[in-house]
Design a protein around this ligand. Structure first.
Ligand SMILES: CC(C)(COP(=O)(O)OP(=O)(O)OC[C@H]1O[C@@H](n2cnc3c(N)ncnc32)[C@H](O)[C@@H]1OP(=O)(O)O)[C@@H](O)C(=O)NCCC(=O)NCCS
Length: 204
């Protein structure tokens, strides 16, 4: 398995990346924003994305986006093809995109928003902390990326203060912390509280 910085030679994978994201969003039903092949191509060409390839087969992908005058970067769009899941590949891709972010944007805070326990666990291991959305970028372009998520109405209703996703932040200036394991029970409880609060209101 090759885990490398993507470039123009990987444009041919834009369609399968986009399709894999769309299919996964359908299966999971929440918290994954759709990405068109055109959108993926832009991410492949600027040296800010990581792609995993098994020979010439697409296996996984994640990209860096820069927000608010390079004060913040997000590691977004993490996707592993179903054929390659549960083998530690997402962890490797996350690590590679995190290291690339640190190298290219050493002063930026690295953040992400997620509804997924897998991503939360990986972020924890990389030293991210859960934070409220007020600690994340206020760049409107970032939040526009949520428009294709099926929970976007919740984000709008709460004036971007909260949603089903949990915000997580790695601040390079904060003291280096011990590696912690995410508290699975607490995360699941938080998620179910949010769902019952927000999704109930939605049905009224
Ligand atoms: C989420 C996803 C990227 C995980 O990829 P993967 O290669 O199977 O993950 P890994 O094998 O590297 O596992 C990393 C960790 O997450 C855990 N994990 C993986 N899938 C999980 C799941 N569905 N639920 C809970 N934990 C999960 C693993 O047990 C592992 O934890 P550990 O280190 O404590 O053992 C993949 O399932 C995927 O592409 N899903 C659809 C897209 C998606 O949800 N993207 C995230 C958007 S926020």
């Amino acid at each position: 398995m090759e885990i490398i910085v993507a470039n123009e030679s990987h444009f041919k994978y834009a369609q399968i990346i986009s399709d894999t994201i769309t299919e996964s969003a359908k299966v999971r039903g929440t918290g994954i924003a759709r990405r068109t092949p055109e959108y993926i191509i832009k991410r492949l060409q600027n040296g800010n994305a990581i792609i995993a390839l098994d020979g010439d087969k697409f296996a996984g992908f994640c990209y860096i986006e820069v927000w608010g005058n390079k004060d913040f970067v997000a590691n977004s769009g993490l996707i592993v093809h179903p054929d390659y899941r549960n083998q530690g590949l997402a962890k490797e891709i996350k690590k590679a995109v995190f290291n690339l972010s640190r190298k290219k944007f050493p002063d930026a805070k690295i953040f992400g928003i997620t509804t997924g326990l897998a991503v939360m666990k990986m972020n924890y291991e990389l030293g991210y902390k859960p934070v409220t959305f007020s600690e994340l970028t206020d760049d409107p372009e970032f939040w526009k990326g949520c428009q294709t998520c099926k929970n976007f109405d919740i984000l709008t209703r709460t004036e971007k203060k909260m949603c089903l996703c949990t915000g997580m932040l790695h601040d390079p200036k904060a003291q280096k912390q011990k590696t912690e394991k995410v508290n699975k029970k607490a995360f699941k409880r938080l998620k179910s509280i949010k769902e019952s609060l927000f999704l109930k209101k939605k049905q009224k």
